[in-house]
Design a protein around this ligand. Structure first.
Ligand SMILES: *[C@@H]1O[C@H](CO)[C@@H](O)[C@H](O)[C@H]1NC(C)=O
Ligand SMILES: *[C@@H]1O[C@H](CO)[C@@H](O)[C@H](O)[C@H]1NC(C)=O
Ligand SMILES: *[C@@H]1O[C@H](CO)[C@@H](O)[C@H](O)[C@H]1NC(C)=O
Ligand SMILES: *[C@@H]1O[C@H](CO)[C@@H](O)[C@H](O)[C@H]1NC(C)=O
Ligand SMILES: *[C@@H]1O[C@H](CO)[C@@H](O)[C@H](O)[C@H]1NC(C)=O
Ligand SMILES: *[C@@H]1O[C@H](CO)[C@@H](O)[C@H](O)[C@H]1NC(C)=O
Ligand SMILES: *[C@@H]1O[C@H](CO)[C@@H](O)[C@H](O)[C@H]1NC(C)=O
Ligand SMILES: *[C@@H]1O[C@H](CO)[C@@H](O)[C@H](O)[C@H]1NC(C)=O
Length: 665
């Protein structure tokens, strides 16, 4: 009898507990505007999809991610006292994030990529089980990291990227206060002041503080012995030197201090770091004269800023392509030299338009640099390399399909500018007269299923932020059903391949040598920006003359970057996953499929050869042994010892090496 009574009591207690959560869950259901694929119709919330309960029907998990759900969260969410995981990321939920303090069981709070308009004042107060928090990319009004954060004593990962944070970084990150904190990501906010001294005693492995307005010394870093990745880049005012004590941080894999005010030099001790992969100290006031020799697996980035003569100002890619350029110049130089000999002219040839000086008898780096500088100044009067770069932080532009239909005359054939591997490009003109290029990506059901909408959007989001004088700007996009369209700036002079290989059909003039040189440098600069954008490396993977577009001023911009990542898998062989175009593929890539920035450098080399010779990378109209440009070019280069004329003959006959060019000094 008493047993039965107890059982009844227990049941009624359980029922009470369950109904307590029911009230909150019903409130949640009615405040969210659920999409049709989320079935929350059962009277028992424990039966709802994406809701988990424990044995006592208490709600332990709510995971509604990437659904495009609108609506708000109810204020009484904190009554779900057994909640362990709350995951609502990549939706369109608005309103405030309600007070969640006192949710002592909550371990994961993941609300990034929504439209929340505020965080609770007592953020994380009493939430001592909380391990992972992601609130990134919400349109909060400006706010400071509150003191209550330190009550979340189990915190491992805290990510508040692009959250409109201001004020200084609070000084409670020591392992005494937050002993488990391993990853702190505060990228892209407006934090001021210095790095707090509590960092020195923290257990942080990943520290991302790029894109703020921090100042003061970086010296605290040398005490952060757990560090694996540290990213402090982005036009900040951090000062100090790279201490030799950094060599003690033997877990370090990535040090990114790009664009700060650091001074001194790179200490040799850093070469002993066993796990180091990336050391980016470019755009600082560091002396890049004596960069110590790192092992081949370390990517060391040093460009811009600190003096070491003219050469240190040249960017790393420009340096990489220089040997190729030098080769090309030797060729031209030799041609010029031979010609000059014949004409009994001195070997030194000067052309007035470009101040270009060719010294055919010494082909050291310095000559090429001089040339690079001269060519640059003849086409633009811009300042330092820094002014090339504009990272646009504003939101991206969504353009409706109706607008795009109307500006392209309903995608009419007359408006087609070209057809590429990723779709057809149409010309369009907006009401205000602005011309645009609209790329309609090949639409098929597989596109939609292969790449999630959210993923596509986030990639687009990154691509729209890449702005550089030598990249074709992505202005906006449109997603409508199966349609995926990208809107680019319009490049009036078309592609480099038209100018290089089809100029006769199009009744144009062939490109002169200085144009070709300027174009090569433009492309190299665009590619370098891609390779060093933010702390990631974007690899183009399909550089070729038809992806290089020319503006009214005949300056070049690289297009179609990032599209390999957006394309459905089916666009290239699934077995090999090799993307790219024959003739431009680096041999090691074709064999191993490993994607590195060197891929693009190889393609760039091929493009340079094309610029010099005027021949296509693969030209089936040539003799069997000359079809492949790279092979043929190598043979010509090797034969120079025996046959000096071979060189001259390899140069594009349309480059005028005639008396007129030479005489016009
Ligand atoms: C909820 O979604 C429906 C259908 O998508 C829409 O008609 C309605 O306006 C939405 N309500 C709110 C408040 O967003
Ligand atoms: C939430 O819990 C508090 C007590 O913890 C209670 O007073 C209140 O009625 C509950 N609200 C709802 C909507 O369940
Ligand atoms: C940041 O906050 C300020 C003031 O609260 C607001 O004006 C601004 O729009 C916010 N910025 C973003 C990117 O949300
Ligand atoms: C959380 O931080 C750890 C350690 O830094 C890291 O390895 C892990 O990837 C992070 N988790 C997520 C989801 O980012
Ligand atoms: C920090 O956020 C950036 C986005 O700005 C992301 O690329 C990076 O991977 C994040 N780092 C960690 C450790 O989660
Ligand atoms: C950092 O900048 C602030 C102004 O934003 C200034 O008051 C402070 O003195 C600077 N600190 C250092 C160490 O330069
Ligand atoms: C860093 O460590 C050194 C000893 O290696 C110590 O003297 C110094 O005070 C520490 N700095 C900070 C900010 O804790
Ligand atoms: C760069 O450092 C040198 C000496 O180390 C100094 O004279 C110069 O003023 C610094 N330049 C800037 C812009 O800080």
């Amino acid at each position: 009898m008493s047993h039965l009574f107890l059982l009844c009591l227990l049941l009624s207690f359980l029922n009470f507990a369950a109904s307590q959560d029911d009230v909150v869950m019903q409130a949640l259901k009615s405040s969210l505007n659920l999409t049709s694929d989320v079935d929350w119709s059962n009277p028992n919330p424990c039966k709802w999809v994406t809701v988990q309960c424990d044995g006592s029907s208490r709600v332990t998990g709510i995971q509604l991610k990437q659904k495009g759900i609108r609506g708000t969260l109810p204020p009484n969410l904190q009554n779900l006292s057994e909640l362990v995981i709350l995951e609502l990321f990549s939706n369109k939920i608005s309103g405030p994030i309600p007070d969640l303090s006192g949710l002592t069981n909550l371990q994961t709070l993941n609300l990034h990529d929504n439209l929340f308009i505020s965080t609770p004042e007592n953020l994380f107060s009493g939430m001592n089980s909380l391990e992972e928090v992601y609130l990134d990319d919400n349109p909060f009004p400006s706010w400071e990291i509150p003191e209550t954060v330190k009550e979340a004593t189990s915190l491992k990962n805290l990510s508040l990227v692009n959250c409109n944070l201001t004020g200084s970084i609070p000084d409670f990150f020591s392992s005494e206060t937050l002993p488990s904190l391993a990853s702190l990501n505060l990228s892209r906010n407006n934090l001021h002041g210095g790095l707090p001294s509590s960092f020195a005693a923290s257990s942080l492995q990943q520290l991302y503080l790029n894109g703020q307005q921090l100042n003061g010394s970086i010296s605290v870093l040398q005490n952060m012995t757990s560090l694996v990745e540290v990213v402090l880049q982005g036009r900040q005012e951090l000062t100090g030197t790279i201490s030799p004590s950094f060599a003690k941080l033997d877990s370090l894999e990535t040090i990114n201090l790009h664009s700060n005010q650091l001074t001194g030099s790179i200490p040799t001790e850093l070469t002993t770091l066993p796990k180091l992969r990336i050391l980016d100290v470019s755009h600082n006031n560091i002396s890049y004269c004596d960069v110590p020799k790192f092992s081949a697996s370390v990517k060391v980035l040093t460009s811009g800023g600190g003096g070491c003569g003219e050469s240190s100002k040249k960017s790393s890619i420009v340096r990489i392509i220089l040997p190729v350029l030098v080769g090309a110049l030797c060729l031209v130089g030799l041609g010029v030299c031979l010609y000059a000999k014949k004409r009994r002219r001195p070997a030194k040839v000067q052309s007035p338009n470009t101040n270009m000086v060719i010294h055919p008898h010494h082909s050291g780096d310095s000559d090429a640099i001089e040339l690079a500088v001269a060519a640059e100044s003849s086409y633009s009067h811009s300042g330092s390399a820094n002014s090339d770069i504009h990272v646009v932080e504003s939101g991206n532009l969504v353009i409706s399909i109706q607008v795009l239909r109307s500006v392209t005359n309903n995608f009419s054939e007359e408006n087609i500018l070209g057809t590429g591997g990723f779709g057809v490009v149409y010309k369009g003109e907006l009401n205000d007269g602005t011309k645009i290029a609209v790329k309609r990506m090949e639409s098929s059901a597989s596109v939609v299923s292969d790449k999630g909408l959210a993923e596509f959007k986030s990639e687009i989001d990154v691509l729209t932020k890449m702005r550089h004088r030598h990249l074709v700007a992505l202005l906006g996009y449109c997603l409508d059903g199966n349609e995926r369209l990208l809107v680019y700036e319009y490049m009036p002079r078309g592609t480099l391949s038209q100018h290089l290989f089809h100029w006769k059909e199009e009744e144009r003039k062939p490109l002169d040598w200085t144009r070709r040189l300027a174009i090569a440098l433009d492309v190299a600069r665009g590619v370098e920006y891609l390779h060093t954008f933010a702390h990631q490396s974007f690899i183009h993977r399909d550089l070729k003359p038809s992806n290089i577009l020319l503006g009214d001023d005949m300056r070049a911009k690289v297009s179609d970057f990032g599209l390999v990542r957006l394309a459905p898998e089916g666009n290239y062989s699934i077995e090999t996953r090799v993307a790219g175009t024959f003739g431009y593929l680096a041999p090691e890539y074709a064999v191993t499929g490993r994607v590195t920035t060197m891929l693009d450098i190889y393609s760039l080399g091929v493009i340079l050869m094309e610029l010099v010779t005027g021949r296509k990378a693969l030209d089936v109209t040539q003799r069997e042994d000359s079809v492949h440009l790279v092979t043929w070019f190598r043979r010509v280069a090797a034969s120079k010892v025996r046959d000096e004329n071979a060189f001259k003959n390899a140069i594009d006959p349309n480059i005028k090496l005639d008396e007129e060019t030479l005489a016009s000094r």
